[in-house]
Design a protein around this ligand. Sequence first.
Ligand code: SAM
Length: 384
Amino acid sequence: MGAGPDGLASVLMEKGALTNVWLPAYRAVPRHIFVPDVIWPGRAGMNRQSDRMIRADEPEAWWEAVYRDAPITTQWDDGAYTGPGRGRIPSSSNSMPTMVFSMLDALSVEPGHRVLEIGTGTGWNAALLSHRVGAENVFTVEVDASTAEAARKCLCAVGFHPVTVIGDGTEGYAKGAPYDRVIATASIGRVPRQWLAQTTPGGIIVAPWGPVYGGEAVVRLTIAGDGSASGPFLGSSAFMRLRAQRMDRRHVREYLGGRKWPAYGHRSMTSLSPEAVGDWPVMFAIGVQVPDAFPWAEMYDDGSYTLWLRDTTVTSWATADYLPDGEEFEVYQSGPRRLWDEVETAHRWWDEQGRPGFDRFGLTVAGDGERVWLDEPGNVVRVG
Ligand SMILES: C[S@@+](CC[C@H](N)C(=O)[O-])C[C@H]1O[C@@H](n2cnc3c(N)ncnc32)[C@H](O)[C@@H]1O
């Protein structure tokens, strides 16, 4: 079957992402209406983009990109980069269809529900929701004015007029509250309390959640009568961060304080390969236990690399040197935190628990903070 709405529908149904509940919405609001003429197509299963594609220059390739199960980047660097290659950070997109429909399915939306969406992007998700619950029940917030304006036009083109708000979705949208459902299509590391306050008891919040370190998954929270929320992680995701929660990553130079690596770093050896801590689920498990730190790999031509760990307060760093045939790896650590030791301890815990994937973790958000748990809410994962 050639690329087109029917072909993509079959792919999504085969994967179990698109069900009969959402098929009418899928058919009523075709993806191509919401994809702009200038795009950077993504590659399925990967967070990588191709170079810029202009519809008028490559109409067939554009169409094929629209009806592939892959995300499509529509903006870089908050609009600052528009060139032919790729910018620094993708800042808006039309999400991967599998992800769109899995999240809508997780939201358990019924006709007539009032729904708040954070991250209007191209407007496709808001259109799908409008078809299902009625546009008068959909409120969607987008931080980027030009993105919001373009989405509004596309929504009008399919005859829907949900409330489209330009603003910081961290605040939710109090004027439309209370909501039965809240869905975020930008990722978070802390659940904004406004979302909880604006959701009715028994209501559901679906959002991609991930620690600073990396690793991210969609969480499905149910609001309790006391205003707290709790629920399981459902599966891996890789969304762009909510603008307000983006992290400023400082250059390695700033950590070394003008000295040459390894400066005053303390040397040791480890048998834990840097390769063992680089997959998305283990990164998540580490990130939950090792707060405010993040990895970065400095790659070399021979297949070796240096795994850097840095904290967000620019006080501590660590390096672990990976060699393809190595059995022991050289480590340097500096600063008040021993970041490699923290990672190693977190990895050991994850290993002892049977190397859990996302589906064994859950999140509780209550007045006093957020806690990630394993298997059941009482079994809180220790931080630090
Ligand atoms: C992955 S895209 C959303 C995809 C969209 N739902 C669709 O159907 O095309 C994420 C969007 O979140 C927006 N965003 C980022 N931070 C935000 C914030 N603080 N409040 C509202 N929107 C935000 C970005 O500008 C971007 O357009």
